[in-house]
Design a protein around this ligand. Structure first.
Ligand code: GRF
Length: 199
């Protein structure tokens, strides 16, 4: 069996990309085959280059044809992972990669997601809600921000006196554990062509 080729879409620093690079580099199940970004200054690009992973910088992230071409370029992507990708994926691309495109979100969806809910704002919203716990959600990408079927979640406590930064750091650690687990499990199952729920 050839390893599942994973394309990772990123806009930022790429610590989740790094977790995937580290977890997959000696896996027979999956490998990071391409990193695609909408930002020329994404720190994730340097991480990809250090691992000899080809990169693509999109000229226009709203251009479905351009993104589809990047995903089709050899090595053609079997699975697409949005890891801190801040643009809405064009519907044509979502449809082409139905059940083969996943996103990681730093809260327990369906709470604290949707347009504009990224980065620090997510953790501020969790703290403002008074929730006793937060966590990570990995879910399928559909045509709306943060709304596709959930694949897996991991919970972390909200602690007394937490700041958004402290909570973000705790959630990020959980992200780095959960995302590779999900990718490897989907790869082990041959990227099922229907939604699966793992946890
Ligand atoms: C993570 O919190 C992820 O859940 C969110 O964006 C952040 C990306 O961080 N979607 P990094 O670029 O992987 O460090």
């Amino acid at each position: 069996m050839t390893p599942v080729r994973v394309a990772v879409l990123v806009s930022g620093g790429g610590t989740n990309l790094q977790a995937l690079l580290d977890a997959l580099h000696d896996s027979p199940l999956a490998r990071v085959a391409r990193v695609i970004t909408n930002r020329s200054d994404a720190g994730a690009l340097a991480r990809a280059r250090r691992h000899d992973v080809p990169t693509t910088q999109l000229r226009d992230p709203d251009d479905a044809a351009e993104l589809l071409a990047a995903l089709a370029e050899a090595p053609q992507a079997d699975l697409v992972v949005l890891a801190g990708y801040l643009k809405l994926v064009p519907p044509t691309v979502v449809a082409r990669f139905r059940w083969r495109m996943i996103n990681i979100h730093p809260a327990l969806l369906p709470a604290h997601g949707g347009p504009g809910m990224y980065g620090r704002r997510v953790h501020e919203a969790v703290l403002a809600s008074g929730a006793a716990e937060s966590g990570v959600t990995v879910h399928y990408v559909d045509e709306q921000y943060d709304r596709g079927p959930i694949i897996a979640q991991a919970r972390v406590p909200v602690l007394p006196g937490d700041t958004a930064e402290a909570l973000a750091a705790r959630v990020l650690e959980a992200e780095h554990r959960l995302l590779p687990l999900v990718v490897l499990e989907l790869a082990r199952r041959g990227i099922p062509n229907e939604p699966v729920r793992l946890s």
